[in-house]
Ligand binder design. Sequence first.
Ligand SMILES: Cc1cc2nc3c(=O)[nH]c(=O)nc-3n(C[C@H](O)[C@H](O)[C@H](O)COP(=O)(O)O)c2cc1C
Length: 196
Amino acid sequence: MAASKPLLDAMKDRRSIYATSPENPPTTIARVEEIVTHVIKHSPSPFNYQFARSVILSGEAHKKFWSVVYDGVEKAVPAAAWEGHLQNFCKMFRDTTWGTVMWFEDGETASFFAESWSDQSSGMHQINAWMALEAEGFGATLQHFHWVPDVTEYFQKELGLPASWKPKSQLVFGTPVAPAGEKTFKPIEEKLKIFS
Ligand SMILES: Cc1cc2nc3c(=O)[nH]c(=O)nc-3n(C[C@H](O)[C@H](O)[C@H](O)COP(=O)(O)O)c2cc1C
């Protein structure tokens, strides 16, 4: 698969980009499928168990999912918590994004030891996909709305996913319309030790 940009640049350029549009995607859904296929095939898992699972949503399926999130969160939290930031946040994903790559881990295929590191392995898949999508020109954020009861029901009833697929995150993306916000960095001396 053709590389989009050098790895270290892609790592630096991957940011949480909330200001996106659902119009004029920088690439096709076929390319997104190619990327996610590549990520699932090549990202590591404990003992090579390969229990990462993914679902790609675009078009009406994507809109439907974020409508379920919007309505489901509104139902699940008190009005005081919903109105304002949370409502705007959910509205933004429903109305201004183009696609979603959802991540799961298949609990049924995981052994005890493998399951202990399932989250780490899922994180490796997620960061690879996040970096690759941004390298293609999308702007993405990492979300976690699977605590919402209606979302669990949607996974099982609407998408027909096995109950053993444990949801981990939803990488939601669109065409960037503004850069990511400023990011601060702690001094490297606090974070890295080198011995030789
Ligand atoms: C494990 C993990 C979970 C995160 N969960 C969320 C989330 O639920 N919602 C969200 O908007 N951002 C989430 N983020 C994004 C972080 O807030 C963001 O990566 C961080 O502030 C650094 O900014 P950057 O992504 O622009 O580099 C998450 C990031 C990581 C690594």
